[in-house]
Write a protein that binds this ligand. Structure first.
Ligand SMILES: Cc1cc2nc3c(=O)[nH]c(=O)nc-3n(C[C@H](O)[C@H](O)[C@H](O)COP(=O)(O)OP(=O)(O)OC[C@H]3O[C@@H](n4cnc5c(N)ncnc54)[C@H](O)[C@@H]3O)c2cc1C
Ligand SMILES: NC(=O)c1ccc[n+]([C@@H]2O[C@H](COP(=O)([O-])OP(=O)(O)OC[C@H]3O[C@@H](n4cnc5c(N)ncnc54)[C@H](O)[C@@H]3O)[C@@H](O)[C@H]2O)c1
Length: 503
């Protein structure tokens, strides 16, 4: 819906537009969306101010992608030590000084921090203010700086890039049980000598799965509670089944179809009550991580006062403009996806439309959006899943190659998973691809590129892939598609030709 067309009550005419502006652009939030927006604006020679209330780099660097991937790596090494006999070495039970694992995570964050730092962005020509921003009118932003002082800025355009935060469900007793979230766990568990002994992970989405598997591999007894019938509901059943089997093999006790209904503390013993059908039971734990989704940060900084709807995400049009066309939104706060690379992608549209929208606007393009969940095996997808194609009645053909048959995967002891490609019936045009397996997130790039640039499976088949690599799986699936579509008439002609040539 084009927000710029409606809601006269809050049209900009209600406020007095300054005759001139201090800045071209103010960006609120220095996470993935805000950093990229500010970077592009500075590159376009705009006077741009970036405001961050908490940590430069936002959730991805400080609480999300970076710490979780660093944790996954340590957990994977522990897993490999435990299963070293698969590679002809002696298997050993790893000794896990948990605080050292956490220290490494903080070192990794510190090593990446300079990429997103105040110094770097200042050097790029961005003015960075550390403080909390609030919209006063469609062209004025007030910042309460970390030193307690206040500053008011006037600007032609504003980008809201305030991100999202863990959603905490209203489960009775949860607050009293002292729950952890992705925002808090990296600090709260930092100095522990060992991983929590009994850990409940609430939620079976990407965060829940990545964390549950990692903690299990680092020695926790993990109970993962998911109210849906399976883990990773957004992915096809065959993909989530492989992940679930692998998590169970790692010792995660996966309880699907279980809804958390209450928590409590009896003396030193914390418990969570879960409901499965009509049966309720209590599970004791030492720590609980809540990972049941992320809610956009929408309230408390002036959006409501400007009439911008804040129900679920910031309502924007296809150009990422709110009902005030000079106020735009990007990243988790705008939806519909919650990924760092999508936040960065939206930032291009938001910043270009913010700076030049009155001359030319660009619609945010969501036609080819990839993502991966970094469980072991990884699950990566671009475009349609099989379930979505069926649900939307989209004609499609499925071609599947089992990675268990791939030379390099066999040599690496990683012979599991698949590449599944959906194509237009009778054509090689790719509608979607799902890869489950080692490095699936990296392998998917070829399909993302092909879809983005309109190349079909024929082009992938016609491309040399290095032997022996995991990437050959992409060529294999294309080869399988080709074999299904061989022209029978041509083949019989060929056979007759060869027979004739033998005399
Ligand atoms: C555990 C975990 C793992 C993840 N793993 C991945 C992954 O592997 N790959 C992936 O693509 N995505 C991953 N994500 C998602 C990814 O972190 C987010 O999609 C991404 O950080 C969104 O960026 P953003 O700029 O929209 O918001 P954020 O990174 O949340 O940045 C918003 C910033 O705005 C600031 N802010 C808010 N309000 C104000 C205000 N009024 N004034 C000033 N500043 C304000 C906040 O302090 C924050 O720093 C993960 C998330 C989590 C939690
Ligand atoms: N690798 C990645 O790219 C990556 C990794 C982590 C997070 N993320 C992003 O962060 C977003 C949020 O992830 P998430 O895993 O927190 O959320 P999610 O919404 O993807 O999954 C939450 C799960 O919790 C379940 N749930 C909700 N309430 C429950 C209850 N009371 N009891 C039991 N189960 C309950 C839901 O059924 C759902 O399956 C993701 O959608 C993704 O965009 C991305």
């Amino acid at each position: 819906m084009d927000q710029t067309q409606k809601n006269d009550d809050f049209s900009s005419a209600r406020w007095t537009r300054p005759k001139r502006f201090d800045r071209n652009l103010v960006v609120i939030g220095a996470g993935s969306a805000g950093l990229v927006s500010a970077y592009i604006a500075a590159a376009a020679k705009a006077k741009v101010t970036l405001i961050e209330a908490n940590k430069m780099g936002g959730d991805c660097l400080n609480f999300g992608c970076v710490p979780s991937k660093a944790l996954i790596k340590s957990a994977r090494v522990a897993h490999q030590m435990r299963h070293a006999d698969h590679y002809g070495l002696e298997a050993v039970e790893p000794n896990v000084p948990f605080s050292a694992v956490m220290e490494r995570i903080h070192k990794v964050i510190a090593e990446i921090e300079p990429h997103d730092s105040v110094e770097r962005y200042t050097g790029l020509g961005v003015e960075v203010l550390e403080g909390y921003a609030k919209l006063i009118d469609p062209w004025t932003v007030e910042v309460v700086l970390n030193d307690g002082s206040t500053q008011r800025l006037t600007t032609r355009s504003i980008i809201i890039a305030t991100g999202a935060q863990p959603f905490v469900p209203p489960i009775p007793g949860l607050a009293e049980s002292g729950y952890l979230t992705s925002d808090t766990l990296w600090e709260r568990l930092r100095d522990r000598p060992t991983a929590p002994r009994r850990l409940v992970v609430l939620g079976g989405g990407p965060i829940g799965c990545e964390l549950a598997q990692s903690f299990a591999r680092l020695g926790s007894e993990v109970m993962q509670i998911e109210m849906a019938p399976r883990l990773m509901m957004r992915e096809d059943e065959d993909a989530s089944a492989l992940v679930e089997a692998s998590m169970k093999a790692d010792g995660v006790n996966v309880l699907t179809n279980h809804k958390a209904v209450g928590c409590g503390v009896n003396g030193d013993e914390k418990w969570i009550e879960v409901e499965h059908g009509s049966v309720r039971r209590r599970i004791g734990f030492d720590e609980i991580i809540v990972a049941v989704g992320r809610a956009p940060r929408l309230k408390g900084f002036g959006l409501e006062e400007l009439g911008i709807k804040v129900d679920r995400v910031i309502e924007t049009n296809q150009y990422l403009q709110t009902l005030h066309p000079n106020i735009l939104a990007a990243g988790d706060v705008a939806g519909p996806y919650q990924f760092t690379h999508v936040a960065g992608h939206q930032a291009w549209f938001a910043s270009i439309n913010a700076l030049f929208g009155d001359l030319k606007r660009f619609k945010a393009d969501y036609s080819v959006i990839p993502w991966a969940t970094f469980t072991d095996p990884e699950v990566a997808r671009v475009g349609l899943s099989e379930a979505e194609a069926k649900e939307k009645n989209i004609p499609h053909e499925v071609t599947r190659f089992g990675i268990d048959d791939l030379d390099r995967a066999i040599a690496d002891g990683a012979a599991r998973g698949f590449v599944k490609v959906l194509t237009v019936p009778g054509k090689d045009k790719i509608l979607g691809a799902t890869i489950v397996g080692e490095h699936a997130g990296d392998l998917l790039a070829e399909f993302v590129f092909a879809m983005k640039h309109g190349h079909g499976l024929g082009k992938i088949l016609g491309t040399i892939h290095i032997y022996p690599t995991l990437a050959e799986a992409n060529k294999m699936v294309a080869g399988q598609w080709r074999r299904k579509h061989i022209n029978g008439f041509l083949l019989s002609l060929l056979e007759r030709f060869q027979t004739w040539r033998r005399g």
